[in-house]
Write a protein that binds this ligand. Structure first.
Ligand code: SF4
Length: 494
């Protein structure tokens, strides 16, 4: 890298620490991964009574520092929990906790690392969130981002909203019991040797429609597993060459060491914080720690997905169970319990299956019987070749992305929202949030009409103007506010 090249956000994180500190950090990372993925080990780390076997294993997997340096973790029963919860958010830590941590260099180093990582990742997210050069698509996506924040709460605020996902096969061979996409069994892979040029031309079409940098906000998998396609890395390299950016990889097959090492080598060239591993069992976690050195996994995040892990699975797809979130709570009791995450989907844009040559226009939503995979499907299209793909994408944009609601479209609220009239206007209750709208003259009758869900936009304007004598400009402004805020249903009726 030349001296003038600015460091990317992840490089900035690494640059905050000396080589010696990084060496300790990757070992600490391993310790905390084991805590997360193994309840027995977590109990040992909570009491400080590690078995001989556990101590030997720690040495074997590279956790060679003196465990007494972490003794605060088992000093009192709350410390570990508080530390792990607050770690990375030093501002939220009580002064007493910070003082204690300051006296333990290893814990202080880990706290500094996690805090810095969170800060850098926040920035990283803001830099990968690029504005597509297509104004209609950009406005549509911003409405979907607003809707995701409303429906999905915290999760909605941390999604990157990639604009494209390419499935390089039909189905997935892993078959996770909790798969929120209910991926079918793998039947076909998209053949690289046969389709290389076709794939490249499709990516070039995306770069043409959205801009080169923006088209890179993409995944080369969705309801598929990257490892299933033997040429996944070749597709990844071609994609990076055309767009100028490597896209992220998350895999649930971390045990293929040769393949994983080639992925790690690819991402290390660009100093990027990938791949990510989905860790499905404790056995898999132990194997990962045996197969790879702490330094090899420096940039690899382990997402613990074991059955025993306290993080709730999203109840969609294979384990669909509709949950209402805030919507069935009494007014004044909306915040009584935690609302489940609601979705694992992230794409706000085009889900493309390269085997079937199909496109779905999608965005994340709260999982329901209607949207069992945690994403809404607004429209679909098919294509035959790269030229036809370009046409299909343009048509989807034209058909689905007006800058204001079309006069002949029926106007209704997003299907996750409950409408409640209030004295001043109305509330809309999403699974995760309550939105208040005030204004007796305009907002209240407008909300009531939209809640009925059977009027076209032009009919509603006529009623507001001719029957209720409301200035059409005021109606127009109120409708636009609801539209831009992502509150209106934009799923195309078929
Ligand atoms: S969660 Fe991912 S890896 Fe597991 S079955 Fe679904 S698509 Fe495949």
């Amino acid at each position: 890298m030349s001296e003038e090249t600015p460091l990317n956000a992840y490089e900035q994180l690494i640059a905050c620490f000396t080589v010696e500190e990084m060496d300790l950090i990757v070992r600490l990372k391993r310790f905390f991964e084991w805590v997360q993925g193994d309840q027995e080990f977590a109990a040992a780390a909570g009491s400080g009574s590690f078995s001989q076997e556990q101590r030997a294993r720690l040495q074997q997997i590279g956790v060679t520092f003196d465990l007494r340096e972490l003794d605060l973790l088992w000093e009192n029963s709350d410390f570990q929990l508080n530390f792990l919860r607050a770690c990375g958010c030093q501002d939220a830590m009580p002064a007493e906790l910070l003082e204690k941590i300051a006296q333990r260099p290893l814990l202080a180093l880990w706290t500094r690392y996690v805090a810095q990582k969170n800060k850098v990742y926040r920035h990283f997210r803001s830099t990968v969130f690029r504005v597509p050069k297509n104004p209609r698509f950009d406005a549509w996506r911003m409405r979907r981002v607003a809707a995701a924040k409303s429906e999905l709460g915290h999760f909605g605020h941390v999604i990157d909203h990639p604009i494209l996902a390419f499935e390089l096969g039909d189905g997935c061979s892993v078959g996770c019991w909790f798969c929120a996409f209910a991926a079918r069994k793998l039947t076909t892979n998209f053949d690289y040797l046969e389709n290389r040029e076709f794939f490249q031309d499709v990516v070039k079409a995306c770069a043409d429609v959205f801009g080169r940098d923006q088209a890179a906000m993409a995944l080369l998998y969705y309801g598929t597993e990257p490892h299933d396609n033997p040429h996944y890395l070749d597709f990844l390299k071609d994609f990076a060459k055309i767009t100028g950016h490597a896209s992220c990889t998350s895999t649930a097959v971390p045990g293929d060491a040769e393949w994983v090492r080639s992925l790690i080598a690819f991402y290390r060239q660009g100093n990027l914080p990938w791949p990510r591993f989905s860790v499905l069992t404790k056995k898999m976690l132990l194997k990962i720690h045996e197969l790879y050195t702490p330094d090899e996994l420096r940039d690899v995040e382990l997402l613990i997905q074991t059955r025993e892990h306290p993080r709730q699975k999203v109840t969609g797809g294979r384990i669909l169970a509709e949950q209402n979130g805030m919507r069935d709570r009494e007014s004044g009791h909306y915040m009584d319990q935690i609302v489940p995450q609601g979705s694992i989907a992230c794409v706000s844009g085009f889900l493309i299956n390269m085997v079937h040559k199909t496109i779905q226009l999608v965005s994340p939503c709260y999982t329901s019987k209607k949207w069992a995979y945690g994403y809404r499907i607004y429209d679909t299209a098919a294509f035959t070749d790269a030229l036809d793909f370009h046409r299909a994408i343009e048509e989807l944009i034209e058909r689905n992305m007006p800058l204001t609601p079309r006069p002949d479209s029926v106007v209704r609220f997003r299907d996750d929202l409950c409408f409640k009239p209030t004295e001043q206007g109305f509330d809309l209750i999403s699974p995760n949030q309550v939105h208040h709208f005030a204004g007796k003259e305009v907002v209240a009758p407008l909300g009531a009409m939209i809640a009925e869900g059977n009027q076209r936009v032009d009919q509603m304007y006529s009623t507001m103007t001719d029957t209720l004598r409301i200035n059409p400009m005021l109606t127009g402004m109120a409708v636009k506010q609801l539209f831009d805020g992502g509150f209106l249903d934009e799923v195309r009726a078929v």
